[in-house]
Design a protein around this ligand. Structure first.
Ligand SMILES: Nc1ncnc2c1ncn2[C@@H]1O[C@H](COP(=O)(O)OP(=O)(O)OP(=O)(O)O)[C@@H](O)[C@H]1O
Ligand SMILES: [Mg+2]
Length: 344
């Protein structure tokens, strides 16, 4: 199995999650399940750059955590037979932190910057000429003796990943020729991922058990991997190791994943919104303060799936629970005369 380079300062899960993700990550485009349109477009640019013998253009991936941004970034060098250097926005506090990556880059190699929206503005400005003209401007000396030299670079490819493309500056976004958005996966796609990964883990999973894990994984492959891992441990400890529907149901109940696949944090969010804030509308900061969590965790990790499944809606006045959101926490939604339009 290919070893993954360590990504400094990257977020999204603990060490266990990261090891498991690395072991289960697809290595070639043909192994990637779902995201059909993205896979097709990447297939075309890969083909074109092989035929033209040109480096790949800079690509930005965005979407909620665990949907495959790092997976796509690591698949590309395998397809091209080139190398990848990995770093992340928070690890690059000044231009000097980025310089070694730029000077080590070879023609056609890939530089992957995770959480690129968290790169400070000075580093962002330093990277513009590197992306556009493959050179960097370095200031030598200080005061009146300072002079700028322009250093040429090899034609590398920058791959950026972000959970917040809205936080990237316009000029930064424009310098990526391709911008790919990853969306949540369907249940059949996740069931296929569970089945393939069960095989990699040498575990028997019945088709109905795979579907149940898929249905309760928040549309997210990383979550599906974690649920599969847990169900496998449960089946091994409590039965003969084969993951069946009944064992998945017991395992998920034990880890407090509800019938819709929402975890404890999702449910706490809905309960706070419905019971403390009377269903909203309320600002994310107020919700975050009550839940004692950073607002970023709410807007990056919890809300995207609740929005997509219409447990909540987002309006200029803030977050608001839908009828489905109310019912999920066992509260009767207000009638038409109450908050009106949102409720059927
Ligand atoms: N399309 C896919 N097909 C199969 N497995 C996938 C796919 N996308 C993601 N996975 C699985 O989910 C795991 C998590 O994906 P990945 O690390 O690429 O997410 P990410 O978008 O980079 O998340 P983050 O924003 O937290 O960095 C992978 O290790 C892989 O096992
Ligand atoms: Mg990632």
């Amino acid at each position: 199995m290919a070893r993954e380079p360590i990504v400094q300062g990257a977020t999204g899960g603990g060490d266990d999650d990261r090891l498991r993700d690395a072991a289960l990550r697809p290595r070639f485009l043909r192994e990637v399940i779902g995201q059909k349109a993205v896979v097709q477009r990447l297939g075309i640019v890969l083909n074109a750059c092989k035929k033209l013998k040109e480096p790949l253009s800079h690509i930005l991936f965005d979407g909620p955590p665990g949907l495959g941004k790092t997976t796509f970034a690591t698949v590309l060098p395998n397809e091209l037979g080139t190398t990848i250097q990995m770093t992340s926005g928070p690890a690059l506090s000044k231009p000097a932190d980025l310089l070694p990556f730029l000077t080590n880059a070879t023609d056609g190699s890939i530089l992957f910057i995770d959480e690129i929206h968290r790169m400070p503005r000075v580093v962002e400005e330093f990277i513009y000429p590197a992306m556009e003209d493959f050179r960097v401007d370095i200031v030598l000396g200080e005061g009146i003796n300072a002079r700028t030299i322009s250093m040429p670079l090899k034609h590398f490819t920058l791959i950026g990943a972000t959970t917040r493309s809205g936080m990237l500056s316009g000029p930064m976004r424009d310098r990526f020729k391709m911008h790919e958005h990853l969306d949540f996966y369907t249940v059949p796609e996740l069931a296929e991922i569970v089945t393939v990964n069960a095989r990699k883990l040498q575990t028997m999973v019945t088709p109905d058990a795979a579907l149940e894990i898929a249905r309760r994984s928040r549309g997210t492959p990383r979550v599906a991997n974690a649920r599969l891992w847990w169900a496998r441990s449960f089946a091994t400890s409590e039965a003969n190791g084969e993951v069946t529907l009944a064992l998945v149901q017991q395992a998920l109940a034990m880890s407090e994943v509800d019938s819709e696949g929402l975890d404890k944090q999702d449910c706490r969010y809905l309960e706070t919104l419905v019971k403390v804030f009377a269903g909203g509308p309320t600002g994310v900061e107020a919700l975050a303060a009550t839940m004692n969590l950073p607002a970023d965790t709410l807007s990056d990790e919890i809300e995207p799936y609740l929005l997509r499944e219409q447990f909540i809606v987002r309006s200029p006045r803030g977050r608001q629970a839908t009828a489905r959101g109310y019912l999920h926490v066992g509260v009767k939604p207000p009638g038409q005369s109450g908050q009106g339009v949102l409720f059927e």
